[in-house]
Ligand binder design. Sequence first.
Ligand code: THU
Length: 161
Amino acid sequence: MKQQTIEIQFKEYDNLKNLIEDDVKLLLLAEKNLKNAYAPYSDFQVSSVCEMENGEMVVGTNQENAAYPSGLCAERVAIFSAKSQYPDQKVNKIVITTAVSNDTPFSPCGGCRQVLMEYEQSQNQPIEVILKSGDSKIWKFKSVADLLPFAFNGGTILKKG
Ligand code: THU
């Protein structure tokens, strides 16, 4: 038996002041767009923005439904919309924010991590992930892979034959 350990690195910022201008712009846009979340059931508004390599910014908010599983998380709304509008553009960054303040930012659900991972793997380039919840600290990850270690890789299915 061999004990194995993995380490995940990310950057923590106390507030917007030390972030680069581009990240601040994306976070402010996401926060502005929180009002467009449709979350009458959970009252937990989430907002996300994808920045594409051509500089386009694509927004998304969580959209709920009376038949609960029919709703969709903000990150997935944003990235599905981004890749529908700009299928040939890589995604450089995604920011995810909520209005709910916490010391640390809320972390995206497993389903969203898997969806983000799909695009990171297919574009062969990391997608930065920036998280902020209300006035929480800001966490910045260099890659979706940092949030989803040991991810299932679509290449496994494609190569099976
Ligand atoms: N939600 C997101 O938008 N992103 C996540 O990563 C986790 C949860 C939404 C789904 C639902 O509308 C509400 O937050 C409460 O779970």
